[in-house]
Design a protein around this ligand. Structure first.
Ligand SMILES: [Zn+2]
Length: 78
C-alpha cells in the first residue's frame, strides 16, 4: 500500500531528465485525458492519458484516503 516518502534529498534535475519531461509532454499532446478524483472528497488526484495502463497506489493530500486505481478501466480497486 501507499507509503509516504520521508527523509529523501531533493533530486538534482539533469538535462536528460528535463528532456524526458519535455518528451513526455509532447507524447501526450492530442491524447484524451481523464481526471481521477478522490472517492471520498472528490479532490482531483491525477490526470490519466489513454496510453496509461496498470495499477497505481495513491493517497489524497486533502483527506488522507489511500486507494488503488486500475488505470486501464478507471475503476477503483479497494
Ligand atoms: Zn480525498
Amino acid at each position: 500500500m501507499y507509503r509516504a516518502r520521508t527523509g529523501r534529498r531533493p533530486l538534482e534535475i539533469t538535462p536528460e531528465m528535463l528532456e524526458r519531461i519535455r518528451g513526455a509532454k509532447e507524447q501526450v499532446e492530442g491524447q484524451h485525458a481523464k481526471d481521477i478524483y478522490c472517492p471520498k472528497c472528490r479532490r482531483l488526484l491525477m490526470r490519466k492519458y489513454t496510453d496509461a495502463a496498470g495499477h497505481i497506489d495513491c493517497r489524497c493530500t486533502k483527506c488522507g484516503e489511500a486507494f488503488v486505481v486500475d488505470l486501464f478501466s478507471w475503476r477503483k480497486v479497494k
